[in-house]
Design a protein around this ligand. Structure first.
Ligand code: HEM
Length: 479
């Protein structure tokens, strides 16, 4: 509502937004999100978040305001997400996540007898969110507020309404759903801070016994030092990172499962890769554990992962020319005008993507597990249309072999955005998707009860916000 956008399309144009990311600010979408989605106290949006124009880098952007180092909110948050969501900083959290998902599956009450379940997505939402919150935020939040997982998904259902910026008297249910989550987070923070005080504010390597992870502990340490921040704005930050970490990754993990389990031939191939990566096969009754490196190296699993995100991600990646007008080819965009690249458009570009052959077609609105596999001796494999590949790769010698390939996809496969704001949670998301499938396919046999040719479609009502959830078909309409 009341925001003018210019859409940028075509891989070269989209990539130029990422390549020249220092000319742009991604702050505009952050402002919309913290204000409209996460309910940050109104007065802090202009006076604190918008006031800080110093950017993400260690050195404040030239010409920016004089902001005290500990009040550089965007830089502080950025440094922490990079530190704790990649490399060795991430490992303790992903190991904990694997343990939690495996435990929650084994204690789900599903045993050796077939049972019919109404909705696989609901099952994933409840089980995965519980496991994920307990890995990142520790166990006190869901212990103090046993309804939190339900409350979170009620809030998530309202995000399409909240992002439009309607006032509370017009959409009171949406505001109330958010309020409930924020109140629980406020109460949790106060409780956990008392435990940290009682523990002499000791720091622990890897996981934190009170805040769950070093990631969340360090965020709170940073927020506590920022004078303008208060309990309400910190709760909004918690809700924001929880949303970033779960509202895309959990629907993506669901689609990954759905596409494999509805194709028995594919399931057979993938299961043998999963079995090979299990590290505790000698303990058949224990929660399964996997070598994540081995899972991540599987070309087929990687291709399924990339194709899942290609098909189901509909995110609007927003940038604003920060200090001067921006020239893109023949077009000039005014400073402070919002430019947007839509991943869904990029991912369905028939001028770019390989759609198979006349005899073996794979249209872009359908899942193709092998779209990202490049095979020796096949002119028709890999993600790209041959004619596009020839022009995109003119400067480099392509060595075809059997492998997972994203070569030449700059600006074309963009589920995680790009440039300086490239999603820092992408490693965590990939590991979560792969480990969820590995654990669930080891713990359970799943049969998707659909007629041949019947397909679950994404809910385009969520267009723009990220990975689309499956569309809920009303009873009596099949599905
Ligand atoms: C399939 C899952 C995910 C998708 C599709 C996704 C997508 C995105 C996109 C498109 C952006 C904006 C990038 C840009 O503006 O160029 C973003 C930013 C971000 N994502 Fe993700 N994300 C996913 C999972 C995660 C996870 C699991 C986490 C955390 C654990 C996370 C944390 C973040 C954060 C903190 C940012 C803001 C980065 C910044 O502005 O510095 N994301 N994500």
């Amino acid at each position: 509502m009341n925001v003018e956008l210019s859409f940028i399309s075509g891989p070269k144009n989209v990539f130029s937004l990422f390549r020249q990311s220092r000319k742009f600010s991604a702050k505009a979408s952050v402002m919309i999100a913290i204000d409209r989605l996460f309910g940050t106290p109104k007065h802090l949006v202009p006076s604190f978040y918008d006031h800080d124009d110093t950017g993400y880098d260690g050195k404040p952007d030239s010409g920016s305001r004089d902001v005290a180092p500990h009040l550089r909110i965007h830089h502080t948050v950025h440094v922490q997400v990079i530190k704790y969501l990649s490399g060795s900083g991430l490992k303790p959290m992903t190991n904990k996540l694997m343990e939690n998902i495996a435990k929650t599956m084994l204690s789900s009450g599903i045993g050796g007898v077939w049972l019919e379940m109404e909705d696989l997505f609901d099952f994933c939402k409840l089980k995965l969110l519980h496991a994920s919150i307990n890995s990142m935020f520790g166990e006190y939040l869901t212990a103090l507020h046993p309804d939190f997982v339900d409350d979170y998904w009620k809030f998530d259902d309202c995000t399409t309404t909240l992002v439009k910026g309607f006032p509370s008297f017009m959409v009171p249910r949406s505001w109330a759903a958010r309020r409930k989550c924020l109140d629980s987070l406020k109460h949790w923070k106060a409780y956990v801070e008392k435990l940290v005080d009682a523990d002499g504010r000791t720091f622990y390597e890897g996981l934190d016994p009170h805040f769950g992870s070093q990631f969340i502990r360090q965020r709170h340490e940073g927020f506590n030092k920022m004078e303008p921040m208060n309990a309400d704005s910190i709760a909004s930050e918690d809700l924001a990172i929880m949303w970033a970490a779960n509202s895309n990754a959990i629907p993506a993990a669901y689609w990954f499962l759905y596409e494999i389990f509805r194709d028995p031939e594919l399931l057979g191939r993938v299961r043998s890769e999963v079995d090979g990566a299990r590290t505790n096969a000698h303990e058949p009754d224990a929660p399964p554990r996997f070598d994540l490196e081995a899972l991540i190296k599987s070309p087929l699993l990687q291709s399924i992962y990339a194709e899942t995100l290609r098909l189901q991600t509909a995110i609007l990646i927003a940038r604003m020319p920060a200090r001067e007008d921006y020239q893109l080819g023949d077009y000039s965009f005014k400073k402070d005008r919002l430019l947007v690249a839509a991943s869904y458009i990029a991912h369905h570009d028939t001028k770019v993507w390989n759609q198979g052959t006349v005899d073996d077609p794979h249209p872009l609105n359908q899942f193709w597990a092998e779209r990202f596999l490049l095979k020796t001796g096949s002119d028709h494999s890999g993600p790209l249309l041959q004619s596009y590949l020839d022009s995109a790769m003119e400067d480099s010698a392509v060595q075809p072999e059997v492998k997972y390939s994203t070569d030449g996809l700059a600006g074309a496969w963009v589920p995680y955005g790009g440039g300086q704001s490239l999603c820092p949670g992408r490693h965590y998301a990939k590991q979560e998707m792969l480990m969820t499938f590995a654990i669930m396919s080891t713990c359970f046999d799943i049969e998707i009860l659909q007629e041949p040719g019947e397909v679950t479609l994404p809910d385009l009502g969520y267009f723009g916000l990220g990975v689309l959830p499956p569309k809920n078909i009303p009873e009596g309409f099949g599905g």
